[in-house]
Design a protein around this ligand. Structure first.
Ligand code: BGC
Length: 731
């Protein structure tokens, strides 16, 4: 007994994890040894929805993973798997929980503008808890694709254009969904998707081809996935795109050489919806057999199938492929091992059913959930313009004209991908404002037009409402289905006649505020020039109206910063902050430099941009050493002062530039950020450590390296308005 006690004390945490792992490994091996080929293949099939033959297929061991079913249907299917199959292997249920389940949080692009991964993690924790209570074991989230093209509708699902911030958000979501231990009740397995470079679709057209260099792949698109793997993500989804000639769902280089060999990833890879069958359309598979062979060989473990003619590739083909010795059974075993390992890690063998009692007892209160949703929504809002301090408005203002198709809307404010969310739970902008203002304030509401309508019949009412009000708030933007999957756009202005409405109202000369609700950067050049106050609110979910009112009336001082560059026009796309320098950087005076003849080259709003009701002044940017060796770190300090009248949070951003290297390097790369709260007049010194790892890049031989030479260090409140210092790496 004593011996055991001492043994337990000295068993390090890592050893405990290892012991658990080896226990799981032996369970996996023992189960695998009893499985028929057909049963093995069953574990590699995820069916999207309930069909007439689903129960029968489960009974025969032909389905290992199901899509969302209501908790009672789920448990009845689970009973078949557990009680009526030969080996009693439980099913797991997997579906998309992208920004909340029952409680809808801001869309991920919005969340990223909070630059607050800890808060995003809390939201993901709530989402996981709710989803688990509704019978899900596994979510197809987070989407951690870097997106540099706002035409691509799925930009809304990720954290924007930067790999550093994208990696931080990726880790936060993985931790939020998976908790400390996947087998704990209320956790769900996360899926890092879409592996990889799906966001680099040519022309921003969804599902389109991607052709990028290995350097761009490794430096821009892979880092969030690597971070998710290091954070223990349970699964990865292989993407739809054709990546440099080899579709992502048949790409041995990314799925095996990078993911498994380099990163030592042990989890599951699941295809995207029919992406294995679509290998035929992509022209690397002549039939389903070929497609199945390509995918399993490259390293896709599970076929996520739908209901179209290219579905069910694994279930229809793998058996024959193995029997004909085209695919070795060891490949099937390898994938089944990964799936079983995940199921054991999830604890689903011990607890196959939804523990309703547990969730009843332990579900966080709706008040707590709403508080997190409201805080995240407030922090997601980006103040783009605030001429002459028009905002915040006074709560006892006499009258407000509230105009626009999204002012009295609930459904759209949910944003795309909110299957569990309900429109009636959403606080609309009009309700949020009504709850905020004094009882004497008159709100003159007029819709003005629909989101997409071409009719201007409502303009007159809107103009009349404005005429009799002290100030006008125009709530305009996109509908929820204009972003997300299969929602690419070629025009990024306000849809329909909304911009015309805004222009007509502006002519009336009343103090005007535009509240944008949308899923991507919009080209709002005119609005930004002519409307004195503009706030970007994205799709904020349940607490949208409250959060927007908090900001409009000064109960929350906006702190959000853009995580995606706003172009002036579609013609500038792709436009992102971490580009290379050219041999002829744009110059106003020299025609033969890299620019446009019909537009400024600069963005409308740069990466990292966002105003506050107060002002922050950065000063005294210092580095502790001017010269370091390649293994040294550099301590950076900077003073930030709140020079305005309101308390507020600034997000200090640290960028570096490697000035001369053997390959060209970006003009700026984000390497750190800090949220800092300051009272009026207060100054704080903040510190960053630049570790050697953040100075690494891929050299000409695609080896990670740090080269001697000078580096600029830049710190500021956005990627353009920054102080610069430097240090040098010496041999
Ligand atoms: C999307 C994925 C999603 C899957 C399952 C696909 O069309 O690309 O992001 O997880 O469907 O719903």
């Amino acid at each position: 007994m004593k011996k055991l006690f001492i043994f337990v004390i000295f068993l390090s945490l890592a050893n405990i994890a290892f012991a658990q792992d080896s226990k799981i490994e032996s369970k996996v091996n023992s189960l695998l040894s009893k499985m028929t080929l057909q049963e093995k293949i069953g574990q590699l099939v995820r069916k999207a929805s309930l069909k007439k033959n689903t129960a029968g297929l489960i009974r025969e061991g032909k389905i290992g993973v199901m899509g969302y079913c209501s908790p009672s249907v789920r448990d009845s299917l689970q009973r078949i798997a557990v009680d009526q199959t030969r080996l009693h292997i439980p099913l797991v249920f997997a579906a998309d929980v992208i920004h909340g389940d029952e409680t809808t949080f801001p869309v991920p692009l919005a969340q990223s503008c909070s630059w607050n991964p800890e808060l995003a993690e809390k939201a993901a924790r709530i989402a996981a808890f709710e989803a688990a209570s509704n019978g899900l074991d596994w979510t197809f989230a987070p989407m951690i694709d870097i997106a540099r093209d706002p035409r691509w509708g799925r930009i809304v699902e990720g954290a924007g254009e930067d790999p550093y911030l994208g990696s931080k958000m990726a880790v936060a979501y993985v931790k939020g969904y998976q908790g400390n231990n996947l087998s704990d009740e209320g956790t769900i397995a996360a899926t890092a998707k879409h592996y990889v470079a799906y966001g680099a679709a040519q022309a921003g057209r969804d599902y389109n081809t991607v052709d990028i260099s290995e350097r761009t792949l490794r430096e821009i698109y892979l880092p969030p996935f690597h971070a998710a793997v290091n954070a223990g993500v349970a699964s990865i989804m292989s993407a739809f795109d054709d990546l440099n000639g080899v579709p992502a769902s048949a790409n041995y280089f990314t799925l095996t050489e990078i993911l498994r060999d380099e990163w030592k990833y042990k989890g599951v890879v699941i295809s995207d919806y029919n992406s294995i069958g679509e290998l035929m359309n992509q022209g690397i598979a002549k039939d389903k057999q070929d497609a199945a062979r390509e995918a399993i060989t490259a390293g896709v473990d599970i076929d996520l199938v739908g209901d179209t003619i290219v579905d069910d590739v694994y279930s229809q083909c793998l058996e024959t492929l193995v029997k004909n010795k085209v695919v070795p059974e060891s490949l099937i075993d390898r994938s089944v091992r990964r799936v079983l390992r995940m199921k054991f890690r999830m604890g689903v063998f011990e607890h196959p059913y939804v523990d309703t009692l547990f969730f009843k007892k332990n579900m966080p209160s709706q008040k707590y959930k709403n508080n997190i949703a409201r805080q995240l929504a407030r922090e997601s809002i980006v103040l783009l313009k605030n001429k002459n301090h028009l905002l915040p408005l006074k709560k006892d203002i006499h009258s407000i004209a509230l105009i626009g198709p999204l002012a009295d809307d609930q459904e759209d404010l949910l944003g795309p991908w909110s299957d569990g969310g309900k429109a009636e739970d959403v606080v609309s902008v009009i309700t949020g404002i009504k709850n905020k203002v004094s009882s004497g304030t008159r709100i003159n509401y007029a819709k003005g037009c629909g989101i997409l309508d071409s009719s201007k019949a409502g303009f007159n009412d809107a103009l009349n409402a404005v005429k009799k009000s002290d100030v006008v708030i125009m709530v305009v933007g996109e509908s929820r289905d204009m972003s997300g999957e299969a929602a690419s756009r070629t025009k990024l202005g306000l849809p329909g006649v909304q911009e015309e409405l805004v222009e007509k109202i502006e002519k009336l000369g009343k103090p005007a505020i535009v509240v944008l609700i949308n899923g991507r950067p919009l080209t709002i050049d005119w609005i930004s020039k002519n409307i004195p106050a503009v706030i970007e609110t994205w799709f904020l979910g349940d607490q949208a109206g409250n959060a927007i009112a908090d900001v409009l009336f000064g109960d929350y001082n906006p702190s959000g910063k853009l995580t995606t560059t706003f172009p002036r026009s579609v013609g500038q796309i792709p436009l992102f902050y971490n580009h290379m320098n050219t041999g002829r950087p744009p110059s106003k005076t020299d025609k033969y430099t890299s620019k446009y003849i019909d537009s400024p080259v600069s963005p409308l709003y740069p990466f990292g941009y966002g105003l506050s009701y107060t002002n922050f002044k950065f000063s005294d940017l210092k580095v502790d050493k001017e010269k370091i060796s390649v293994n040294d770190s550099v301590e950076v300090s900077v003073k930030v002062k709140n020079t305005g009248k309101y308390a507020g949070t600034e997000i200090a951003q640290l960028y570096i530039r490697d000035l001369v290297a053997s390959v060209t390097r970006p003009v700026k790369e984000l390497k750190g950020f800090k949220r800092i709260f300051l009272n009026p007049g207060e100054t704080k010194t903040i510190n960053f450590t630049i570790v050697p790892k953040s100075l690494e890049f891929y050299n000409i031989d695609m080896k990670k390296t740090i080269e001697p030479g000078k580096f600029n260090v830049m710190v500021g409140g956005n990627s353009e308005d920054i102080l610069t210092n430097s240090f040098e790496i010496v041999r």
